[in-house]
Design a binder for this molecule. Structure first.
Ligand SMILES: C[S@@+](CC[C@H](N)C(=O)[O-])C[C@H]1O[C@@H](n2cnc3c(N)ncnc32)[C@H](O)[C@@H]1O
Length: 203
């Protein structure tokens, strides 16, 4: 894994940061997901990669998905999802995004926020995502604070001091979109200064 070892201490720092600063952002990330995919959550099989302490799993769970699975490389992060029952019905799987342990066509959609920066083998990760999505499946992969999030919320997060050792490596979204398109289907980038980006990938 690149740069950060998401063991207990970093996991704790991130959870605190998410709890204190990002809580208001997550509902808007869900809204981005619904707007980009054009899908409601109900009845869908959803995989979140790099789910961390589970704040987005909590958002997805409220929409009654048919199946909700959270993958993270860090046991400490997954432990945090379970410890406070943020998404009690979600399956939690400890695995690397670069070797996803799921059967072909297991999910309708893949969501990932703030994790792709740390995936050591992007082509392998995208090949795995493509394999475990159903034909016509969609993925929303990116980082930052979302496209539909009100500016006042983003300003609040950006002003706040981020606790912990969270130096996020840089990544070119164009490179991700190319890898996605080379893997199959169509990929588009959405980004805005100070907000972050999404790669929306349709298979
Ligand atoms: C910045 S946190 C984001 C957590 C969550 N997505 C959120 O937005 O609240 C990044 C997460 O990606 C996970 N991660 C990093 N590299 C990974 C990999 N190769 N495979 C799976 N998860 C990974 C980390 O353990 C961490 O939980």
């Amino acid at each position: 894994m690149n740069q950060i070892d998401w063991k207990n201490e970093s996991a704790g720092h991130f959870e605190k940061h998410a709890e204190e600063r990002l809580q208001d952002v997550y509902p808007w990330l869900l809204r981005d997901f619904i707007e980009f995919t054009g899908w409601q959550i109900a009845g869908r099989k959803i995989l979140e990669i790099g789910c961390g302490p589970g704040f987005m799993l909590q958002q997805f769970a409220a929409g009654s998905p048919a199946l909700l699975t959270g993958v993270d490389a860090s046991f400490s992060m997954l432990h945090r999802v379970a410890a406070v029952a943020r998404a009690p019905k979600a399956f939690l799987v400890q695995a690397d995004a670069c070797s996803l342990p799921f059967a072909e066509a297991s999910f309708d959609a893949v969501f990932s926020r703030g994790s792709v920066f740390f995936w050591a083998d992007l082509p392998a990760a995208f090949a795995g995502i493509s394999r475990c999505l159903k034909p016509g499946g969609q993925a929303l992969i990116g980082g930052g604070y979302g496209i539909s999030t009100p500016q006042a919320i983003i300003d609040g997060v950006r002003k706040a001091k981020v606790g912990g050792k969270c130096g996020v490596p840089r990544l070119d979204p164009g490179q991700l979109a190319e890898i996605a398109a080379r893997t199959g289907g169509q990929a588009k980038i959405f980004q805005a200064a100070g907000r972050g980006f999404w790669v929306h990938w349709k298979l």
